[in-house]
Design a binder for this molecule. Structure first.
Ligand SMILES: [Zn+2]
Length: 165
């Protein structure tokens, strides 16, 4: 790494420490020529492969942007969005791939978004899964209700009977 002060082409690492929960490493460096010190941050690159085949670095702010649109008019604050983006990044990184298809990022958004706000979830899911009719919404809402019933039913008991018709 070039010294930013005297442009000497080499530098010595004097300290390395993990930052941001181990997702980046900050190194303190010293220049052997001018003896000045500077820091570098090394971050693992997580790429998202879009449907078009174009690859771009994963960005939490892009996740927030997409989710914020779905949350318009909903009681979801910026802190919640930031937390959601962090959860999405953790999920995506946990896949262990260096290049993740954008669909997987979308999938990673759906889970925490549904917990955060059901209306925003439905809006986001409608775009992500390209709902094209009211029936698609109805089916998704039905699935959400079924999940809620399962969660409420005591263990060992069946949920309510399915409506006929
Ligand atoms: Zn220097």
């Amino acid at each position: 790494m070039k010294c930013p002060f005297c442009r000497h082409p080499d530098s010595r690492v004097i300290d390395s420490r993990e930052i941001e929960d181990g997702q980046a490493i900050r190194r303190r460096r010293s220049c052997p020529q001018c003896t000045r010190r500077f820091s570098t941050v090394e971050e693992s690159v997580l790429s998202v492969v879009k449907r078009s085949g174009v690859t771009e670095p994963f960005s939490r702010s892009k996740v927030v942007l997409g989710v914020r649109r779905a949350c318009q008019g909903r009681p979801v604050d910026e802190d919640a969005l930031a937390l959601l983006a962090q959860q999405v990044e953790e999920t995506v990184r946990a896949s262990g791939q260096a290049e993740v298809p954008s669909q997987e990022v979308g999938l990673a958004i759906l889970g925490p978004l549904r917990v955060l706000d059901e209306v925003a979830y439905l809006r986001f899911a409608s775009v992500y899964r390209s709902f094209d009719s009211a029936a698609d919404f109805a089916a998704e809402i039905e699935a959400m209700r079924a999940d809620a019933d399962r969660a409420e039913a005591p263990p060992g008991e069946h949920g309510p009977p399915l409506p006929v018709g």
